[in-house]
Ligand binder design. Structure first.
Ligand SMILES: [Zn+2]
Length: 349
């Protein structure tokens, strides 16, 4: 009996057959390393790990690529605030993410692909989209013109008829001609990191990185594209638009998403503090790694008891303090090595 998956694109359960022989070409969206990954993120990565194991048990070989988003608005803002280079800032959270994955025994994809190693590829792709009239420039930033891709909305099955073309909106603090359009390349603001490229100074938008790296390492079509349900729109919808305009081919054979809401994170979300949320999972895994307390996770999952809440609050406070100490130590180390002059320009030859 063939393996069958629910395909978000067709909204059908379908037999799965990879396009070329027995190797599955799979792309999944990885972490944005601006902070520690939280328990909801790891739920998605665990889903991907189970998918990998399921495919292999069914006799398939894997060629799986996952990106590491190591440049975005939050990363830049935090790195500048900490007076660290992008590389030094994201290294902390990339290493923490990989350590946490190892603790959860998640398999590593065949290729992990950091976005900042593919800036030239992204600039080339944006140039190519511009040559085929899928983009426009506004105040130095480059946007994808949704109206140029009639298939927009086919993944999320959204009806965009209510969106007024020509209405100017200010999303991400950039000007767009149409509410649905999205940034491919963002012009730098004062004091921000940027790359000098043929399409001008700036940095890539989030969506373009996945299209570019998937095409580069897996080819013009994929067998599986997977991710959390929160990525269906706009991220994966935008990826499909870019990729199909770049290649002229239908992008995915099957698109899988983790389908339900991550209700089990309530005990963390209840603390209403983003830093607690993020530091919590990493801290739990560190604690587990160091074998300080084998009962730690069990105690902290007892969210309904007053004692458990007080204990968790104390523990999160300690995590925040340790996190601040770690960042301070890195900053002092950088200052000692004379590397704290702000790096705001990276030239690509
Ligand atoms: Zn992605």
């Amino acid at each position: 009996m063939p393996l069958r998956f629910y395909n978000t694109l067709t909204q059908q359960v379908e037999d799965f057959t990879p396009a070329s022989e027995n190797t599955v070409r799979m792309y999944t969206c990885g972490p944005t390393v601006y902070d520690f990954a939280h328990i909801g993120n790891f739920r998605t990565f665990t889903f991907v790990d189970l998918l990998r194991k399921c495919l292999r048990l069914n006799g398939f070989q894997l060629n799986h690529v996952m990106n590491i988003t190591d440049v975005d608005d939050k990363i830049i803002r935090n790195a500048v605030a900490r007076r660290l280079s992008l590389e030094d800032y994201t290294k902390i959270y990339t290493e923490a993410f990989l350590e946490d994955c190892a603790s959860l025994r998640l398999e590593r994809p065949e290729r992990l692909s950091p976005a900042t190693e593919h800036i030239q590829d992204m600039a080339d792709a944006i140039q190519k989209l511009g040559d085929s009239h899928h983009t426009y420039t506004s105040e130095g930033s480059v946007y994808f013109k949704i109206a140029s891709f009639p298939g927009y909305g086919k993944l999320s099955h959204n009806d965009f008829s209510g969106n007024l073309s020509g209405a100017r909106v200010d999303v991400d603090e950039y000007d767009k001609a149409d509410a649905r359009d999205f940034a491919l390349w963002k012009t730098p603001k004062e004091g921000e990191f940027f790359w000098d490229t043929a399409i001008g100074p700036g940095r890539p938008g989030w969506h373009i990185e996945c299209s570019v790296m998937a095409i580069k390492y897996l080819g013009e079509t994929l067998d599986i594209h997977a991710g959390g349900v929160d990525l269906i729109f706009p991220h994966h919808e935008n990826e499909i638009a870019q990729s199909e305009c770049l290649t002229g081919k239908a992008r995915q054979l099957q698109v899988l998403h983790l389908c339900d809401e991550p209700r089990h994170v309530v005990w963390v979300a209840g603390d209403r503090d983003a830093l607690d949320h993020c530091a919590g999972m990493h801290g739990v895994l560190c604690e587990r790694r160091q074998h300080r307390s084998r009962t730690f996770c069990r105690r902290h999952l007892q969210h309904d008891s007053q004692r458990g809440k007080a204990e968790r609050a104390r523990w999160f406070g300690r995590q925040r303090f340790e996190h601040r100490l770690r960042l301070r130590a890195i900053t002092q180390q950088q200052r000692g090595a004379g590397r704290l002059e702000r790096t705001t320009r990276v030239r690509i030859d």
